[in-house]
Structure formats: structure tokens, C-alpha cells
Design a binder for this molecule. Sequence first.
Ligand SMILES: Cc1cc2nc3c(=O)[nH]c(=O)nc-3n(C[C@H](O)[C@H](O)[C@H](O)COP(=O)(O)OP(=O)(O)OC[C@H]3O[C@@H](n4cnc5c(N)ncnc54)[C@H](O)[C@@H]3O)c2cc1C
Length: 505
Amino acid sequence: MGNIISPLSVSLKHLRTTKSSYASILDRLNTAPGKPVAAPTASAWQSPPAPLANFCSEEFPTEVDVLIIGSGITACSIAYHLLRQDGPKPRVAIFEARELCSGATGRNGGHIKESPYNEWARLVARFGRIAADEVVRFRMAHLKNLLELADKEGLREVSEAREVETVDVYCEPEAWTKAQQRLREWLDAFPDEKGRWRTWEGADLKTKFNLTTACGCITSTAGSLSPYALITHLYQRLLTTYPTLSLHTNTPVETLQGTPVDPWRRPISPLQPYSVFTFTGSSATIKATHVVHATNGHVTRLVPGLKGKLIAARAQMTSQRLMPEGVGLPGGADRSWSFCWNKGFDYLTIRPDGAYMLGGGFARGPSEGLEAMGNAKDDENTIYEAAYLGGLLPAVFQGTVKGTVIESAWTGTIGFSVDSLPWVGAIPEKVAGGRRRGMGMEWICAGYSGEGMVNAWGCGRGLAVMLRNELYKENASTGVPQAMLITEKRVKKATVEMMVEDYLD
Ligand SMILES: Cc1cc2nc3c(=O)[nH]c(=O)nc-3n(C[C@H](O)[C@H](O)[C@H](O)COP(=O)(O)OP(=O)(O)OC[C@H]3O[C@@H](n4cnc5c(N)ncnc54)[C@H](O)[C@@H]3O)c2cc1C
């Protein structure tokens, strides 16, 4: 999804001049979203829906070692790495509020793309050089890891997973100058990457990329896939292979209670500390030793201590077809595109069947994106953003793209981390609302700020390792960058104000 921080920061900066509006937007950002709304917009990836879309395992488990809340790529990665690992197999239950994979994973752009040159300097300023390098390398490894996963599981074709040449298009001189400067600095710091990145200007823009209105572009490597197909097929494999896994769709977790305590405040049953109440028409209860919040922008509903640290934001996607009289973009499905502006950017992947999956338009609405922040209602489209996306390609590729038809438009929820890095690990008890625990813990794996395809699989794998280390006293390394781990100190430090001050001042 990309960097929506900068337009947001501009809007907030404006707002600071009118103190009451600023206070009211901060208020909204500090409020937890409701549970996922019923009847969300349908994404093109979900047509047709996966056979498991409304699946429920026959038995409703009453006790498990690990309960995972959510069923997107994060939950799948955690379950996959818990179960595919040699050794004992934990009892795992996955509870999903709506259809399987109906959150951001089933409705995103399918773009596996880290833009290190745009991110790195900001990461260095905030977390230091070592941490920034670690984060960027971790993210860049996702392309290879996801393609290897698709190969290993025989899902390359069905998931449309492939490497593509990616083009960052700059149409505004200021943004283009800044991008070249950032790319130079980043390549100086990562000399092994030289040769994989190239800048283009002048006549090449027209002859090689059909670009008539751009100042310049940068090419490198990225990936494209259908995350919905990959993840729903992986669930199918896991369910048929591991009897200790159960999956329950349309099963929202309504409340979470800690270990019941005796009159002396000692846990009554330290082995099964958490009771989780679900509501599926009638109330049901499950006892779980460990509970994982893999709920993306909805985390703060059950983890109020992260309010104002992890914010839901609504993002717009479209699937478009070229009008027959136009010429397709050069490179077809073997290229992906980002259209980078002074404020934010838009992103395009092209499916093998010719569908143009174009997302973004953030900040093109009347309040420069502010109405999207703190908004987890993916049951409606944002008309301004959809209209902008409908006109984008003919405007950028004037003369070749003669027009497009929007075949479908949908929205989804991003889990936005205010300090820009995901939150991964055992949630400090205070942050989890003071719920008492016995032998188990509450865990989080969320907050990819719109870049889940280069964060979620590795974060989920790391979280599974943490859980196995805890359950079976294994001692494996997690591979998760240190700066992404959740600690009380980091939670305290991360504020919405910090995001606003840091990004544009
Ligand atoms: C429109 C859009 C476009 C995007 N494009 C890209 C892109 O091109 N590239 C990229 O890298 N990233 C992109 N992203 C971001 C990426 O999709 C996400 O970061 C990633 O999918 C998050 O995966 P997840 O498993 O953590 O969360 P999700 O897939 O959102 O899964 C969380 C699940 O939790 C469920 N849930 C919530 N509360 C409860 C509850 N109380 N009980 C039970 N279940 C609950 C939800 O229903 C949901 O299914 C995009 C996001 C959006 C919204």
C-alpha cells in the first residue's frame, strides 16, 4: 500500500493551526475501532470465494495451546510455522470474525515491494543505523521467501506469484529530485545493491515505458501475487495435514478474560490462563494458554493498551480493464508500477489475465486522507479515491492508455503503527489491559503500515518460533529485527504526536 504517512502528516500539520479540530482528530486516532463490519465490499481476488471461505472445523475446541485471532497472512504464517516445524505439534485454533481471509490479505494490491531508498534514512534517524539496515534487509528478503514458499507448496500458478520488474514513476520535479538523492544515499550504504537499481530520464521514458508526463523513473525488482489464493490454499493444506489445527470462520472473539483468581489473587488455573468468549449466535468459551492477536487494524479492540499506537486506516483498491482501443502498459504482467507523488503514492500490479489492480488515491479526498484514519469500515468505497484511480492511467500514459473501465472497487483496513514498525512479541501485561496470566501469554503480530507483503510472513514466522520456544523450551532464533519487538518502553515512546512531529518538521 505504501507510504500514506506523508499526506497524513501534511493534513495534521494544517490542523494544528485550528486546535479544536486537531484535538478531535487525535481523539479519533486514540479510539479503538469496532469489530470487523458485516458485509464488506467484495474484492476481485475473492471472486470466486475460496472453498474454505465459510469453513468451520467439525469440533469446537474447548482447550488449546495457542488461539490465533484473525485469519490473514499473519495468522497463516504463525500456524504454518508452528505446525510445519519438526517436533511436537501444538493444539492450535484460529478464530476469524468474517469469512476466511476477508481482511486486508484478501483485498490488497498483491504487491511484494520494499522501497528501501524511500524508507531507510527515516529509519536510521529514528532507530539508528544497525536497526535500519536490519529492517530493510528483513523486508527485502520477503520476495525470495514468498516465491520459495509458493514453489515448495506447489502454489506458484494458482497464487500467480512471480518476480516482476518494478517501475517507480515520478511526475513532479520536487519528488523526482528527492528520490534520486535518496537512492544515491541508500546505494552508498548498500553497495551490494548497486546494479539492481537504475534511473531513467529523457527520451527513454517514452520509448521504454510509454511515459509522456513523467520527469523520471527508477527500476528494480519486486513481486506480484494473489495473497488470497496463496493463503486460502495454504490453510487447506494445513487442515488436511495437521489434526491439531482447527479453523472457525464467522466466529468473532468478543471478549478476552485473564486467568480467574482466588480471593488471594492467585491464578486458579495457571495452565490455561485465558478464557476467550466468542459469539456465533450463542455464546461459547474456549480456554487457551497462549492468545495471539493477528487482527491487523482491529488489535486495539481487545488490547486497549495499544490505542494510539496502532491505528486502523481505510484504503481503496480497484480492478480495471483497458478500453479495447488503448495500448497496454509495456511489460504487461511482468512489470509492476508505483506512481510516486510529493504526497504519497499509488501502486499497480497487472494479473496474468490482464486485470489492472490499481490502489492508492490516499489523500485525494476532501480532507486529504484524514477521514480514512481511525476508519475500519471496509463495507463502503471512497468515491473520490476510486474516481482518481479510474482516471490515473490515461493521465500518466497519455496517448497510449485511452481509458479504463473499473470492474470492481473495494476497500480494506490497514493497521498503521505510529512509529512505523510492526509490533511483534509477547504483550507486556500492563499493555494487555492488566489481564492476569498463568503459564501462558498474550502475543501480537501486527502493524505493517500498509506493507504486509514484505513484513507479515517473516513476522509470523518469528512469532511462531517465540511460541515454540515458550511451549517446548526450544531455543531457535526468531529472525525478527530487534526494533520490531514490542516492549513497554517502545509502547510508551510511540505516540501519534511523535508521528506528526517526526515526519514533516
Ligand atoms: C486496500 C489495501 C491494499 C493493500 N495493498 C498492499 C500491497 O499491495 N502490498 C503490501 O505489502 N501490503 C498491502 N496492504 C497491506 C496488507 O494487505 C496487510 O498489511 C496484510 O494483509 C495484513 O495481514 P494480517 O493477516 O495481519 O491482517 P488481515 O489480513 O487484515 O487479517 C486480520 C483478520 O482479523 C480478523 N479479525 C479482526 N478482529 C477480530 C475478532 N475480534 N475476532 C476474530 N477475527 C477478527 C479480520 O476479520 C481479519 O480477517 C494493503 C492493504 C489494504 C487494506
